[in-house]
Design a protein around this ligand. Structure first.
Ligand code: NAD
Length: 467
């Protein structure tokens, strides 16, 4: 039922934005519904028994190919959830202008019930089924990690693809989020959390937006609550704490939350959680057993980075944050969104806030297709030019350039610098264009403006092929 709610919410948010576009009802329907969803039941012999698993791969849109979207492993996964997530991928890709349609996959499984080698067997079987139907393919459908999956699963999927298509020179581009040594890209695992940091920074560059949200004096020292300390939540929390000097005052996890008004040390609590499976007993802060109650805690910025539907009709009235940044997909239901808008809580929606993952996946896919790392050709040339420039400046001024500047120039640009620079640019531009559309079209909130930007771009793309 909750998953049906998620799909309904996504469709209602879509419909709400439609009234700000000139898209005809028939084209709107074409864009809204998923193109196809493939359901598969497959068996794997484990522990002397055949276990049957159910999985899905949904393709929401093919207005650009490949379609792109993660694969999650979750016991509560369902077809409706996968379809809602695939739709969000379509809108997200349109907002950050990457040439992809939207897709998503899921396997109904609790990864914690199985050993690593069992998960490998299950993943390889799942991948075989999807590969033989071109639902994993460098030119048609490219998965990535999501909840419950990581670089390991992506490496096994890439390996299965290569075995089935041994002569495909672009085989590595069939999946992103791979380990670095298996064709992955530096900065991919941090990308979604990093993107959340960049979009928050961009928000704080716009004084009017901060004023509207009731936030003053920049990002430094802002009090932040985060739900979920997984891939996305951990990286967002870590970078906001270490680089922007924010105070992470509360982290909510499945089995309770940890609170410290002075700010939590993210590395320490992450390590404690990995070792103990809970924050209970952690000396870094006060343990709260009812994790979701902490969503109501007073803070400047609330970052839900765990699951969908966590802010709903039941608790939206109690939220005290001034700004909510949706790092997770669909954490706020349609009804809660209405309540929060009425209460003038500013929301940076999922289809912008967590687009950093697909942005860097795009870089990884390009790198795999180019078969050369970013910056390889120009690095030495740039270093030589900078060296010449420094010599020229020193000769002309008669002074030595301070060592720290010299080192920065001569060291040149590494691949991680290029990845972060590209990501930063995409997140900032997405925010700026959505903001501009919001102002020009008198749209009441960022989410509706983000949907409008996405829908207009998708409609133009369909139009240009005569649909
Ligand atoms: P993850 O599995 O690494 O982390 C999720 C974390 O949330 C886990 O630590 C889990 O214990 C915690 N959690 C689950 N339910 C919770 C609850 N009810 N209360 C508190 N904590 C809870 O997953 P992830 O990759 O970090 O993804 C998180 C969200 O971000 C999902 O909505 C996902 O679709 C979205 N997302 C992920 C990526 C990516 O690159 N991984 C990209 C875009 C969006």
């Amino acid at each position: 039922m909750a998953n049906q709610d998620f799909l309904n919410s996504t469709n209602k948010l879509f419909d709400q934005a439609l009234s700000f576009t000139d898209i005809s009802p028939d084209l709107a329907k074409r864009i809204r519904v998923s193109n196809s969803t493939y359901t598969i039941n497959f068996g794997v012999k484990l522990r002397d028994e055949i276990h049957t698993f159910t999985g899905w791969r949904s393709v929401h849109s093919e207005h650009f190919e490949p379609a792109k979207g993660g694969i999650r492993y979750d016991i509560n996964a369902s077809q409706e959830e996968v379809e809602a997530l695939a739709a969000l991928m379509t809108y997200k890709c349109a907002i950050i202008e990457v040439p992809y349609g939207g897709s998503k996959g899921a396997l109904k499984i609790n990864p914690k019930d199985w050993t690593k080698s069992e998960i490998e067997k299950i993943t390889r079987r799942f991948a075989q089924e999807l590969i033989k139907r071109d639902l994993i393919h460098p030119a048609q459908n490219v998965p990535a990690p999501d909840v419950g999956t990581s670089a390991n699963e992506m490496a096994w999927i890439a390996d299965e693809y290569r075995r089935i298509h041994p002569t495909d020179i672009n085989a590595l581009a069939c999946v992103t989020g791979k380990p670095i040594e298996k064709g992955g890209l530096v900065g991919r695992s941090e990308a979604t959390g990093r993107g959340v940091q960049y979009i928050i920074r961009e928000f704080f560059r716009h004084e009017d937006d901060c004023k509207k949200a009731g936030l003053k004096n920049g990002l430094k020292d802002k009090k932040i609550s985060i739900q979920g300390l997984g891939n996305v939540g951990y990286h967002a929390a870590k970078f906001l704490q270490e680089e922007d000097e924010c105070r992470i005052i509360c982290v909510m996890e499945r089995k309770g939350a940890i609170v410290n008004p002075e700010g939590l040390d993210i590395e320490k609590i992450k390590q404690y959680l990995s070792e103990n499976g809970t924050f209970e007993g952690c000396s870094e802060g006060k343990f709260e057993s009812n994790s979701s109650d902490c969503l109501h805690m007073k803070c400047d910025i609330l970052i839900p980075a765990a699951r969908e539907n966590v802010i709903n009709e039941a608790n939206a009235h109690a939220i005290k944050a001034k700004l909510i940044v949706e790092a997770a997909n669909g954490p706020i239901t349609f009804e809660a969104d209405e309540i929060l808008n009425e209460r003038h809580v500013t929301i940076i929606p999922d289809i912008m806030a967590n687009a950093g993952g697909v942005a860097v996946s795009y870089f990884e896919w390009i790198r795999n297709l180019r078969h050369i790392r970013f910056g390889r050709l120009e690095k030495r040339k740039n270093a030589f030019q900078f060296d010449t420039l420094i010599s020229a400046i020193e000769t002309m001024t008669g002074k030595d350039m301070p060592e720290k500047f010299k080192e920065q120039f001569i060291e040149g640009v590494n691949e991680i610098d290029l990845v972060r620079s590209g990501l930063d640019d995409m997140m900032c531009e997405a925010y700026q264009k959505v903001r501009q559309s919001m102002i020009e079209n008198n749209i009441p909130n960022i989410r509706t403006a983000a949907y409008k930007v996405a829908l207009d771009r998708i409609a133009t793309s369909y139009d240009s092929i005569g649909l």
